[in-house]
Design a protein around this ligand. Structure first.
Ligand code: PLP
Length: 461
């Protein structure tokens, strides 16, 4: 299978090429040139099978990798999860289910993609006999997921920049306690924007970039989206798909997770609706409601992983809604950059509304939902998940189609917000209860690109 850019001007690449490139050279995002479909019998045949087996069936056609090469990578990716089902379902109400995506090593759904990407990168580099250096900036979650995914792998060195003193204790310890020599936590004296700017500057320093083999694993990487398609299938199968259709509500920021649901739907999974749940940073909800896609500043919330101004993967949804017209998407993205927004064409808006619903949840409503769900069901939700649950409840209606809300993080990752809502402090799962006893290893560094580059080159010697 080949991959094309959403802006239509970059060369087509195969799966490995698109994965290693991340962003396309025309600034676009890679999407498959066609979406393979599974018939009802093929979908039904996966019911009741282990997560890894479903993952192999779903992902193999997109990767072009032989089954016997892909299977061990999938097995290794999910072996460290703390639940046999990998992505178990629990019931919240008569027709409402929660898909727990927080049983991975860093307790958030990003582990599903990162753990697999680590294995895929290592495999590609081994075969090519090359080494790469992953550099990323994090405000918390993505960096810890990357450290966990790459620690101990061959041919991959991983450096994560985070703002010193500005990530939570759990997030910091998840980055500073892995003992493997190939992962490096760099505490930058600055804020998250400084870290991001430093990473950008390193990518623009072409001599440095080539010397160290610099690569990114940010949320627009196609391989990350692909890994997330699997749990839409596994959960729907558990509730009777393909005979019985389902709906999903997805707490959304950069649109990577919910776009994976779209791919599942295009493959033939009977998904009646994909509901976008936003916090008060509601650019996507406004787009669906008004047809105008317009930036509006970021305001910090208790669901910080959804605090976005630009939702990068939404470009993929636009590409599909505009009938794969790369020139049209390219023009919209220019307008977004130059004028802060654009109107979605009537045809594209109708195409989006046919698939996606949307809703927003305020800060007060987020806290109230955590409190109410705890009282009604005993379930403790993280604030991101609570945004999803609130919006899902508004969409339940009289329909008998099951609603599945994605639980994107474990409540213990956001203990302050949860304690403020319920009065109880959520505990870490047993398997990481010793997180606060482990030794930390980090390097404090000035917010100075030359110093950071020198440190990276020194560590690579
Ligand atoms: C990243 C993240 C999200 C948003 O997911 P997108 O794919 O960016 O839409 C939601 N919740 C949590 C906990 C996250 O870490």
């Amino acid at each position: 299978m080949q991959y094309v850019s959403t802006r239509g001007q970059a060369p087509e690449l195969d799966f490995e090429g698109a994965m290693l490139a991340g962003l396309a050279r025309d600034g676009g995002l890679y999407v498959p040139d066609h979406i393979p479909t599974l018939d009802q019998d093929a979908i039904a045949a996966m019911a009741g099978r282990p997560y890894e087996e479903i993952a192999l069936r779903i992902m193999q056609p997109f990767t072009g990798l032989a089954e016997d090469r892909l299977k061990p990578l999938i097995d290794a990716a999910y072996a460290g999860f703390g639940h046999d089902a990998r992505a178990p379902l629990v019931q919240l109400g008569p027709n409402h289910h929660l898909l727990e995506l927080f049983h991975g090593p860093t307790l958030a759904f990003k582990d599903f993609a990162m753990q697999l990407i680590g294995q895929l990168f290592q495999d590609a580099m081994r075969r090519r006999g090359e080494r790469i250096t992953i550099v990323g900036a994090t405000s918390g979650d993505t960096g810890s997921a990357a450290m966990e995914a790459f620690r101990g792998l061959d041919n991959v060195e991983c450096f994560i920049l985070y703002p010193h003193g500005r990530v939570s204790d759990v997030q910091r310890r998840q980055m500073t306690t892995p003992s493997e020599a190939n992962v490096h936590a760099l505490a930058v004296d600055g804020d998250f924007d400084d870290c991001q700017a430093a990473v950008k500057a390193m990518f623009n320093d072409h001599a440095f970039r080539d010397r160290v083999g610099l690569t990114a694993v940010n949320s627009i990487n196609w391989a990350r989206v692909l890994a997330q398609v699997v749990y839409f299938f596994s959960s729907a199968l558990s509730l009777g798909a393909p005979a019985r259709p389902v709906r999903f509500t997805v707490p959304t920021g950069n649109f990577g997770d919910i776009f994976a649901g779209y791919i599942a739907r295009q493959m033939g999974l009977p998904i009646e609706r994909l509901v976008i749940a936003t916090n008060r940073n509601d650019i996507l909800h406004r787009t669906l409601a008004t047809g105008e896609h317009r930036k509006d500043g970021v305001s910090p919330t208790i669901s910080p992983s959804m605090d976005i101004q630009v939702s990068s993967n939404f470009e993929r949804a636009l590409f599909m809604a505009y009938g794969r017209d790369g020139a049209a998407v390219s023009q919209l993205m220019d307008e977004l950059r130059d004028a802060g927004g654009f109107p979605v064409s009537q045809g594209a808006l109708e195409a989006l509304r046919e698939i996606y619903g949307s809703g927003r949840c305020s800060e007060d409503e987020t806290a109230a939902t955590i409190r109410a769900m705890h009282a009604r069901t005993g379930e403790v939700l993280c604030p991101h998940t609570a945004v999803g649950v609130k919006v899902a409840e508004e969409h339940l209606g009289d329909s008998r189609t099951p609603m599945i809300t994605l639980a994107t993080a474990h409540p213990a990752k956001f203990p302050d917000a949860v304690e403020a809502a319920t009065g109880g402090r959520p505990a870490l799962p047993d398997r990481m209860a010793d997180l606060f006893d482990r030794d930390e290893r980090l390097t404090r560094i000035d917010n100075d690109v030359a110093a950071i580059e020198a440190l990276i080159e020194d560590r690579l010697k």
